[in-house]
Design a protein around this ligand. Structure first.
Ligand code: FAD
Ligand code: PYC
Length: 418
């Protein structure tokens, strides 16, 4: 019997039983008094870290504490873009590992994360953009990452739905493509890591907010939570959007500012876009989801905020840029608009490394671009938590760079204003 027919029968059987017989994808355990590692934050990074701690290092006395529901932070709010098109060798190596892990993730987790390597086209609208695009693509090629510079006609072949008329407000002069880039289903990534971590013995505890840290003689010994005290040998923070808040609870400050980043989706329509499009100079990016919704996003709201909604000013800019570039889609109805809180570091690179408190470690500062980093972020953070030493690929991303001055300024490769 085919798998499809089997699952159809399973669905029918479960329907007749009132859907009470499904095996939950992960357990709902009560918190234990003590764990070897407590990870704060049940987004993609926290869950991937727990999975790789168990899988790569045999560390299974691990709890992931999430104040809400899994993936309810930025991991379930992003626009799903995965790519490794960064400028500097440190970032290129890190994000390329992440893309490679994404390429094998559905098989590794036995969970379909719906990776679609449809490519990302970055547009050039002016002579200056052409220079920037050439520098960007050439830096990638030097770093061994796939990139192809495109002429105007090549972009036109890939994106016929754009405005190619003589009066286009944002004419396209060329661009470049990373063909292995694309999209993965965001909540499937969080759920896949959660299920696989749970199967290896990790306790995933939802509705459990960390409200404080116990620190004795400069070393963290556990966390206070809304479900009581939980002791910990080590604590990993993976709380994108609230890293500064948690650092404040532990008594130190981070070089981070939090901003809202918004996006929106239209009603579903027939296939019109089969590649992701990024226009850095208008600050707009567009893709089409497998369901047919056109996904549109733009720049950060450039004032600090913890509100999970975007300002109308940015919405207006994004919609205006989108309508100019895709006039044939301007009558689409937008169905949803939302935002997430992003923790931005002034060199637009993440922080992965030890915190100023002994036994506490940081995975933060992903800004607008940490979804693509989830597999490598988890893999390298697990190495740090298990061994106490940075993984070689993240040695340059520690907090110490803010005192040595060895910044990795990736603002130009963030793609959207950052
Ligand atoms: P999160 O998924 O936010 O997880 C952190 C978790 O910590 C949250 O679930 C939160 O509830 C929990 N938490 C916070 N405080 C506490 C506490 N005190 N106790 C317990 N739990 C706590 N990146 C890309 O690479 N590509 C994109 O296309 C992209 N698009 C984006 C579009 C938007 C609109 C937004 C907002 C972001 C986008 N990003 C994108 C960025 C990406 O979503 C994030 O960088 C990434 O999801 C961060 O993952 P995380 O696991 O660190 O954080
Ligand atoms: O990191 O590719 C990215 C991205 C696009 C939109 C938001 N983040």
């Amino acid at each position: 019997m085919s798998a499809d027919r089997y699952s159809l029968f399973a669905l029918l059987r479960q329907g007749l039983k009132g859907h009470t017989g499904w095996r939950p994808a992960w357990r709902e355990p009560e918190p234990q008094p003590h764990y070897d590692v407590v990870i704060v934050g049940g987004g993609g990074h926290g869950l991937a870290t727990a999975y790789y701690l168990a899988k790569e290092h045999g560390v299974t006395r691990v709890a992931v504490l999430e104040k809400g529901w899994l993936g309810g932070g930025n991991s379930g709010r992003n626009t799903q873009i995965v790519r490794s098109n960064y400028l500097y060798p440190e970032s290129a190596a890190f994000y390329e590992l992440s893309l490679k892990l994404y390429e094998g993730l559905s098989k590794d987790l036995n969970f379909n994360v719906m990776l679609s390597q449809q490519g990302i086209v970055t547009l050039a609208h002016s002579r200056h953009d052409l220079d920037a695009v050439a520098r960007w693509a050439n830096a990638m090629i030097v770093n061994g990452i796939d990139a192809e510079i495109l002429t105007r006609d090549q972009v036109r072949d890939l994106l016929p739905a754009m405005n190619w008329g003589p009066d286009a407000r944002y004419p396209v002069l060329g661009g470049f493509i990373q063909r292995r880039a694309g999209m993965a289903r965001h909540d499937a990534v969080a759920w896949g890591f959660a299920r696989a971590a749970d199967r290896r013995g990790v306790d995933i505890i939802q509705n459990c907010e960390v409200t404080g840290f116990r620190i004795e003689n400069g070393r963290v010994t556990g966390v206070d939570t809304t479900r009581g005290f939980i002791g910990a040998g080590k604590v990993g923070l993976a709380v994108a959007g609230h890293s500064g808040v948690l650092a404040g609870m532990a008594g130190f400050r981070l070089p981070i500012t939090s901003y809202a980043l918004q996006a929106m989706v239209s009603e579903p329509v027939k296939p019109v876009l089969d590649t992701v499009v990024l226009s850095p100079s208008t600050g707009v990016y567009v893709s089409q989801s497998p369901k047919g919704e056109v996904v549109v996003g733009g720049a950060l709201d450039l004032f600090p905020s913890y509100a999970q909604r975007g300002s109308f000013r940015t919405t207006e800019d994004v919609v205006a840029g989108f309508c100019e570039m895709f006039p044939g889609l301007r009558r689409l109805r937008m169905m949803r608009q939302w935002a997430g809180i992003t923790d931005v570091v002034h060199d637009s690179s993440p922080i992965i490394g030890p915190a100023p408190v002994v036994g506490m470690y940081l995975n933060c500062g992903w800004g607008t671009g940490g979804f693509k980093a989830i597999p490598a972020g988890g893999f390298t953070f697990a190495h740090l938590l298990a061994t106490g030493r940075p993984h070689p690929l993240t040695a340059a991303f520690g907090l110490d760079r803010f005192t040595t001055g060895r910044m990795i300024d990736e603002a130009a490769a963030a793609g959207i204003a950052h």
